[in-house]
Design a protein around this ligand. Structure first.
Ligand code: FAD
Length: 481
């Protein structure tokens, strides 16, 4: 008997195992050790477990032979796979290459111990074939996202008119920086679906087994089947995509999602593929302003694939700490108990949001949380652990380049060309967090910003993009001399 191992982050509707005639049985393992490793948000555990169990249910209804290890069996991943191999007498095992480093080798070792043959399929959860991706990064040691993105547009023909970019420009980012209008704007909510029997059972199990983990499993809000993920994508494309571009960088104290898609929980589990997303978006393209269309496509075919490439090309990103920061995140970042009164209002608001939903949109991750972590001198590894635990869409391949690279400048400027830090004025412009511009200017963000530039002047001084802020910082310092 030959088995295919379906990993919990590879729940693809068209998983390569399904049309491989050599495969007799499908194995899915819920690893207790994995869920116990970090204080994961309850919604993240419900998401993964419920999506896996819906997949099993679907495959069984299709008449396939599925063998599972459940969380309640209390086994590690290796123990679970070994048990299935031994119990069901597998002679060979196949799986789709994993996005996180080390997973393929771990499965190789398990198979070697069981003395069986192995086979791997290429990863279908991304747009760019691995050999092409790796070759691009090999050829571009200073790999900039904008160059990667243009290559990706040319390679795929997405939003291209012959050799030229659709509309004549590659990038409409400058059109995508509006705050929400002062008079307010209608923001269509994300779809709401009552949990079915499978999800309800998982919610009970998670509450019982992980009672001290952040979040409340009963408020679970995300799609867990291919059908629901597709409906979620459809609602985004019809209702929110047209305004995505304009308000991509906007923030609002009372609105967690705005015009973002919240597609990562589905994409990163394989419930949707980037092909599904790009197809749906391009189909609607006639009704969507080009800056929104291009802005969104850039995230999916550009940023997402670029981050994967960076992760593959630069293992040293994991654990990097160019600024030598050492502070550990305090326990209240995980529990919400005893949040200090002096925590600036944007940080408190976004933290409370993350503790509740396991989600914040990009600009809040980068310019509220990431910015604050940098200004306060938190260690990048501590920050990474927090994001990995709290966010419903966080997995190693995407966290490492986003946290160590883009957000915490721990790579010294490989992913981003300068640290994403700002004072209160920028946050106020994009989110109106404080009652007045003056309050924003006098906030801890502004003080922290100047302190940051001063503290790290020696590392940052050669950076041309920081020449002006550093000059301003020095001018502020002069009178004190
Ligand atoms: P939208 O704003 O609607 O964007 C559309 C899609 O573009 C996303 O679904 C995602 O697939 C892709 N995308 C956009 N930016 C990125 C990026 N920088 N890296 C990878 N994909 C991108 N993304 C994760 O998938 N998991 C994470 O754990 C994660 N953690 C992050 C932590 C920090 C500090 C920062 C700065 C960014 C992080 N990101 C992460 C990237 C990005 O913030 C999220 O992909 C995005 O906010 C997810 O929400 P959305 O689906 O509503 O995205």
């Amino acid at each position: 008997m030959k088995a295919a191992l379906i990993l919990g982050t590879q729940l693809l509707e068209r998983h390569p195992a399904f049309d491989d005639d050599e495969i007799d049985e499908l194995f899915l393992v819920e690893s207790a050790a994995l869920f116990d490793r970090l204080p994961y948000h309850q919604h993240k555990i419900v998401l993964v477990l419920s999506a896996m169990r819906h997949m099993v249910d679907r495959l069984e209804r299709e008449g396939r032979t599925v063998r599972t290890v459940r969380l309640g069996d209390g086994l590690s991943f290796a123990e679970g796979v070994t048990r299935l191999i031994e119990r069901h007498g597998a002679e060979g095992i196949a799986w789709m290459r994993a996005a996180d480093r080390g997973v393929d080798r771990r499965i190789d070792r398990i198979a070697a111990r069981a003395g069986m043959r192995t086979r791997r399929w290429a990863d279908r959860a991304f747009l760019t074939p691995e050999p092409e991706l790796d070759a691009w990064f090999r050829d571009h040691p200073r790999a900039r996202m904008e160059d990667f993105y243009r290559w990706q547009r040319q390679r795929t023909g997405i939003l291209m008119e012959g050799e030229s970019p659709a509309g004549g420009r590659w990038n409409y980012d400058v059109d995508n920086r509006e705050p929400l209008p002062k008079g307010g704007i209608d923001i269509p909510p994300v779809p709401r679906r009552e949990p079915d029997a499978i999800t309800l059972e998982v919610i009970d199990e998670v509450r019982e087994r992980f009672p001290d983990h952040p979040g409340d499993a009963r408020d679970f809000w995300l799609p867990v089947t291919h059908e629901d993920a597709r409906a979620w994508l459809g609602a985004f494309v019809d209702e929110r995509l047209p305004e995505f571009g304009r308000f991509e960088d906007a923030m609002a104290a009372d609105e967690p999602v705005l015009f973002h898609s919240v597609l990562t929980p589905s994409l990163n589990l394989g419930l949707l593929t980037p092909h599904d997303v790009v197809d749906a978006v391009l189909e609607a393209s006639g009704d969507v302003p080009l800056p929104s269309l291009e802005g969104f496509v850039r995230q999916v075919i550009g940023w997402r694939e670029y981050m994967r490439g960076m992760y593959r090309a630069h293992p040293e990103l994991d654990g990097a700490n160019a600024l030598g920061l050492t502070r550990e995140l305090e326990p209240w970042w995980y529990t919400g108990d005893g949040i200090p009164d002096e925590l600036p209002v944007p940080v408190r608001t976004v933290l409370e949001r993350v503790l509740r939903h396991g989600y914040a949109h990009h600009i809040e991750r980068l310019m509220v949380l990431g910015n604050w972590f940098l200004l306060e001198g938190y260690a990048p590894a501590s920050v990474n652990r927090w994001f990995l635990s709290l966010f419903v869409d966080a997995y190693e391949w995407v966290m490492v380049p986003n946290v160590f690279g883009m957000s915490q400048f721990a790579d010294g400027g490989m992913v981003g060309t300068k640290p994403y830090v700002s004072g209160g004025a920028y946050l106020q412009r994009m989110g109106r967090w404080w009652p007045s511009a003056r309050a924003a200017k006098e906030s801890a963000f502004t003080d922290g910003y100047w302190d940051f530039l001063q503290r790290h002047e020696a590392v940052l001084k050669g950076n041309p993009r920081l020449a002006l802020p550093l000059a301003q910082m020095r001018a502020r310092r002069e009178p004190e001399r």
